[in-house]
Design a binder for this molecule. Structure first.
Ligand code: TMP
Length: 223
């Protein structure tokens, strides 16, 4: 591979993106491809500290602009320390969330708007955008109930990543609407995955669709 290939996974909390990212990583690795897996916020020493600060429900009164700036501080570190070196060495980078999350959550959910996020992206990340973004869009209620179940398990294990899940439903409605807006704007980069029927919503069916898209894009990229 001449240069790496950058894939991000996006969606609401509980949308299943982390499960699908891991399944895809396993399949690609089994085919002998070099894969780097990371997530935002987190993945670096600094990023893990930013993650703990931002996601802990004990952290209160973060100004929306401070929240946005911290997401980009994490991203700057992740790009320099993980993503750019991995791409330069020809890896397929699978990243759980990237700037679309900031646009959806801070731009949409916190109502900061897209423009500010995109300007900050240019300042911090330059022209670096994913080659492909897989946006998982199960309906809001099933995403949120899955996220809440997961948080209860995490709390039992002593991990508190509850701050965003404590938001009102209207916050998630704005976030979800912004994700759809991004998908409509970024048609060549973002592939939205939605299930029309319960049969299409199984982990196996969704992973099959994801794999098909990734295989097509990788073939176009190398061909
Ligand atoms: P997750 O890693 O479990 O998906 O959780 C990350 C949380 O942080 C999730 O609620 C979304 C939120 N988030 C933002 O609000 N903005 C961002 O830019 C990123 C990367 C995450």
């Amino acid at each position: 591979m001449p240069r790496g290939f950058f894939i991000t996974f996006e969606g609401l909390d509980g949308s299943g993106k982390t499960t699908h990212l891991r399944l895809l990583a396993r399949t690609l690795q089994a085919r002998g491809l070099p894969v780097t897996v990371t997530r935002q916020p987190g993945g670096t020493e600094l990023g893990d500290q930013i993650r703990a600060l931002l996601l802990n429900s004990q952290t209160q009164n973060i100004a929306p602009l401070a929240e946005m700036a911290l997401m980009f501080a994490d991203r700057a570190q992740s790009l320099q320390q993980i993503i750019e070196p991995a791409l330069a060495s020809g890896h397929i980078v699978l990243c759980d969330r990237f700037t679309d999350s900031t646009e959806a959550y801070q731009g949409g959910g916190r109502a900061l708007g897209s423009e500010r996020i995109l300007e900050l992206h240019r300042a911090v990340c330059g022209n670096r955008w994913p080659d492909l973004t897989l946006l998982l869009l199960p309906d809001i209620d099933s995403s949120l109930s899955r996220a809440r179940r997961r948080n209860v398990h995490q709390l039992i294990e002593g991990v508190d990543e509850n701050r965003f899940e404590a938001e009102q439903r209207t916050f998630y409605e704005r976030t979800f609407a912004k994700y759809r807006e991004i998908a409509q704007r970024e048609v060549s980069r973002v592939v939205a995955i939605e299930a029309e029927t319960p049969a299409e919503a199984t982990v196996e069916a969704i992973q099959e669709r994801i794999l098909k898209v990734v295989e097509e894009r990788l073939a176009q990229f190398s061909g």
